[in-house]
Design a protein around this ligand. Structure first.
Ligand code: FAD
Length: 539
């Protein structure tokens, strides 16, 4: 196949134009081309409102094979043309070491689910343990929580089948390099289980909470059909470790499950599990993360800035990415931007409140929302310079979440940006209409976000207003606290992906090896590969 980079077509182009342009670029007739496959589709809006698609495509000729392709390349001398070296992703061959018990995967977020799927496909009959409920029961429970504030600490927006991303925007882009083809494999599997196949080539693929919920259920069914087990309401509450090696897991405080190999894919909100691991002397360290507030603007304002027009049905609602370094040296950036989405109550602990963003597949909500977060390092949350407590970041998150909970008596605390600047509680919304999932009430978020971080937040907001006109408008709606951005701890793993305890494999976002749905799923595949290489399958 010949790969063509930077093949541009205008918005609204007709289907035949892709073949036509490919043939023209290669200098052959359309009849000579057997197939054109889109590898990547990006949007080029640098000359907005004139907007282009920019493609990478692979073209196969009907005749002549590789020799003809090479000759053609030589003749064209075009640096946008090359021979495509794409190889399909393949799991490694199985190892020979026998396991005394099936491998266990703790957590069914993207990391655990993809790890479990790969193990099941290779005949390892894994046991997946999930503290929360299956996605249907969980969806009902979360809907109740948003309606009346009744939180279930075991099954909520963070915990349950599909993990933290189930009630999300379902953005699937990642900055992790795809050296081993795992990124494409994740997208291919999501498409196989029901996502629109275009996610495999779109630059910023997205599926929404509704589609994601259906997909995680289908993946679970395949794991079970292949001999694996998925056990809900099964929280790992302890780890039996002898002579530096994992021997068994305790489930729900009483049930003992022998385990020689366990994948720890618990996500970044499993604070009690981190505490248990720490008490069992599993090596872990505090890491930098970021906290801040979520902001809402009218989607039409963002579209105008990004596309040069209020609406563009073909492209859907626009997204943005903003970053700024403050004079004091802190990084401030937009995070988990949700076009046409909702700000949700994403709490998982009683008496503490955290927010996040979500959207449906159609992204039809009136507002764009995004977290604006400020980086914090262990120096910010260690109480004294000698402190080495790896869980100090969790204490810091909890303090902020308690303040957020108290600020509006358990409802999402909300404030207009202008009132945040003036350090006073808001009394009415302006032109931006609120779009929340969960109860909300006005409060003063200056009393929630530490002042040093609030100052950085304001400095960055003024800069962002210069990039997207209106971003710093006084009636933009803020909500807090956005504290679950990434894991506050890292569980180190060696070259064989094991923790300081043999047989315990840290995986995904909670252990510090991913940041988002796709990268967590990729890490799940990576850990599965390691187990497959080592051990013999069970059937
Ligand atoms: P998780 O998804 O957190 O899964 C961990 C699982 O382990 C959970 O189901 C939990 O119940 C279970 N568990 C924890 N402890 C135990 C235990 N002791 N025993 C048994 N089970 C346990 N990312 C994106 O890329 N795009 C987005 O659009 C996006 N939007 C988001 C919106 C929201 C509202 C939230 C909360 C997150 C969003 N994220 C998004 C982040 C994304 O969801 C996470 O990065 C991703 O889910 C991490 O995957 P994971 O498998 O490592 O952990």
């Amino acid at each position: 196949m010949i790969r063509i980079n930077q093949l541009k077509l205008p918005l609204g182009y007709e289907s035949g134009q892709l073949l036509e342009k490919t043939a023209k670029t290669l200098g052959v007739s359309q009849e000579e081309i057997r197939q054109v496959a889109i590898v990547k589709e990006s949007i080029d809006a640098r000359k907005k409102p004139e907007i282009f698609y920019s493609y990478i495509v692979d073209a196969a000729l009907k005749e002549g094979g590789r020799r003809r392709e090479e000759k053609l390349l030589k003749r064209k001398k075009d640096r946008n043309l090359s021979i495509s070296e794409d190889k399909p992703y393949r799991l490694p061959d199985c190892g020979i070491k026998s396991l005394s018990a099936p491998p266990v995967v703790i957590g069914t977020g993207p990391a655990g689910l993809f790890c479990g799927l790969m193990l099941a496909r290779k005949g390892y009959c894994p046991i997946l343990l999930e503290r929360g409920e299956d996605v249907d029961a969980r969806t009902e429970r979360v809907a109740r929580f948003w309606a009346d504030g009744s939180l279930d600490p075991s099954s909520n927006v963070q915990f349950g089948e599909g993990g933290a991303g189930t009630f999300s925007d379902g953005k699937l882009n990642t900055l992790v390099k795809d050296t081993f083809g795992r990124n494409r494999e994740v997208l291919r599997i999501l498409a196989q289980f029901g996502a629109d196949p275009s996610i495999c080539y779109k630059n910023k693929p997205h599926i929404g909470t509704d589609v994601l919920s259906r997909i995680v259920k289908s993946i679970r069914k395949e794991i079970e059909a292949l001999g694996g087990q998925v056990r809900f309401l099964s929280q790992v509450t302890d780890f039996e470790i002898r002579e530096g090696r994992l021997r068994a897991l305790t489930v729900n405080g009483s049930q003992i499950l022998p385990a020689e190999a366990a994948v720890l894919a618990v996500g970044h909100s499993a604070r009690d599990t981190f505490q248990t691991l720490y008490s069992r002397k599993v090596a872990m360290e505090a890491k930098a993360f970021a906290v801040g507030l979520r902001i809402q603007h009218p989607q039409t304002m963002i579209n105008t800035s990004q596309y040069g027009m209020e609406e563009c049905h073909e492209l859907g609602p626009a997204s943005y990415k903003l970053t700024r370094q403050t004079a004091g040296g802190r990084g401030v950036y937009s995070f988990c931007m949700c076009p046409g989405g909702y700000v949700v109550n994403a709490s998982s602990e009683p008496g503490r409140l955290a927010v996040n963003g979500m959207s449906y597949n159609d992204r039809a909500g009136e507002n764009a929302n995004s977290a604006i977060i400020v980086s914090v390092t262990p120096e910010d949350f260690f109480h004294d310079v000698d402190e080495k407590n790896p869980l100090a970041g969790i204490d810091f998150q909890r303090e902020l979440e308690e303040k957020a909970y108290q600020a509006a008596q358990g409802k999402i605390p909300v404030q207009l940006y202008g009132d945040f600047l003036s350090n006073r509680e808001s009394v009415a919304f302006g032109q931006v209409k609120p779009a929340f999932r969960g109860q909300y009430a006005f409060a003063n978020l200056r009393q929630v976000l530490p002042e040093t971080l609030a100052v950085s937040f304001i400095e960055a907001m003024e800069g962002f207003g210069g990039v997207i006109p209106g971003f710093d408008r006084t009636d933009a709606i803020l909500a807090g606290i956005e504290s679950r951005t990434s894991s506050p701890v890292r569980i180190p793993r060696d070259e064989g992906l094991e923790s300081s305890v043999r047989g315990l494999f840290p995986c995904g976002e909670g252990a510090g090896y991913a940041g988002g749905i796709t990268s967590a799923a990729m890490d799940g595949i990576k850990v599965a590969e390691e187990l497959i290489r080592r051990y013999a399958p069970l059937r």
